[in-house]
Write a protein that binds this ligand. Structure first.
Ligand SMILES: [Zn+2]
Length: 335
């Protein structure tokens, strides 16, 4: 047995291979969370802190966001993402660096489902690849869709690009959160917000409107065609946004009623200008998928008090691409 096998054995409390119908992945996740809250004090503290998060709803002329004052998220919001800082710190998603009490579910042999110690909702998991590889969506399309199906019906899964909110850009990971937590999930149920763009075989492509930020939506029942459409959109984004590496993006996927729905948030910037203001003027908001989905996390109390509707609109306009860019992305598709 290699050292990795020994470590893996120690850290795995259950496994899911998709072959045995029961227990389901959501059932394993509920169990893991209950066990870990009992055996890992920092996790239990993280969930206690979540229970006292202050929440405020902001109506931003056509859409709503929920502001969360969540001091526990400070590390994630202010994570230094430059190469030098990353190289200096031990990777917090590698098995050998996980806190001693932390355990996880081996997922289809190459990922581990872990409880996120800084939760944003009642059940929040990080799905980290076992091997330490940079955050990249390349080659991950069918894995991502499969994951969404495996985590259904209780959870959705999402991906933060390495320059779009991932606090570990050096280690490939996804996240799963309780279904229905993000305001945008409810907002896009209103079909009048969706502008039909085109049909790609059995997959429909929409653009969501009046949300203050751009969202491309794919819906379909066939894993292969929706996967192809997603791959093509990411390539089109790469060429339109002239990205040398992966285009800046957040991806969210849900699976219900035999149907996948993928939300793609093309980004032009990671952090808004208020993040870089000097001294007291600085506002610590660092948008990843959660923020693009309508939960704006402010770890600092005074930011929670002073963030207003107009600022949210400005932040979205700065970090999202504009409508014209989405039209170019759509025009660049090969179908
Ligand atoms: Zn790592």
């Amino acid at each position: 047995m290699t050292d990795m096998d020994v470590l893996l054995q120690k850290k795995i409390s259950a496994s899911f291979d998709g072959k045995t119908p029961a227990p389901s992945l959501p059932a394993l996740c509920h169990n893991l969370l209950a066990e870990q809250k009992a055996s890992w004090p920092d996790l239990s503290l993280g969930y206690k802190a979540l229970a006292s998060v202050q929440v405020k709803e902001l109506r931003c002329n056509g859409f709503s966001v929920r502001l969360h004052h969540n001091p526990g998220r400070i590390k994630s919001t202010t994570a230094p993402l430059d190469q030098k800082s990353i190289e200096k710190r031990p990777c917090f998603l590698c098995l050998e660096n996980l806190p001693e009490p932390q355990r996880g579910i081996l997922y289809r042999g190459d990922f581990i489902v872990l409880c996120n110690p800084f939760p944003i909702c009642p059940e929040h998991f990080t799905i980290a690849q076992i091997m330490h590889c940079p955050q990249s969506f390349e080659g991950m399309v069918s894995k991502f869709l499969k994951m969404a199906k495996d985590f259904s019906p209780d959870f959705n899964v999402f991906y933060n690009g390495p320059e779009s909110g991932a606090s570990a850009p050096d280690h490939l990971h996804f996240q799963a959160t309780s279904r229905g937590v993000l305001p945008i999930e409810e907002e896009i149920k209103d079909r009048t917000r969706l502008e039909f763009v085109k049909c790609i075989h059995s997959t429909s492509l929409f653009r969501a409107r009046h949300l203050g930020r751009e969202v491309i939506i794919l819906e379909g029942e066939d894993c292969t065609t929706i996967g192809d459409a997603l791959t093509n959109i990411v390539s089109a984004m790469k060429s339109v946004l002239a990205s040398p590496a992966e285009p800046r993006m957040n991806l969210f996927c849900s699976y219900a009623g035999n149907r996948w729905q993928v939300m793609i948030f093309p980004r032009q910037r990671h952090r808004p200008s208020v993040y870089f203001l000097p001294g007291d003027e600085r506002i610590l908001i660092s948008p990843g998928m959660v923020e693009m989905g309508g939960i704006i996390i402010t770890p600092i109390g005074k930011d929670f008090d002073r963030v207003h509707e107009e600022l949210i609109r400005t932040i979205y306009a700065e970090v999202s691409v504009d409508e014209e860019t989405v039209q170019k992305i759509s025009a660049a598709l090969p179908f």
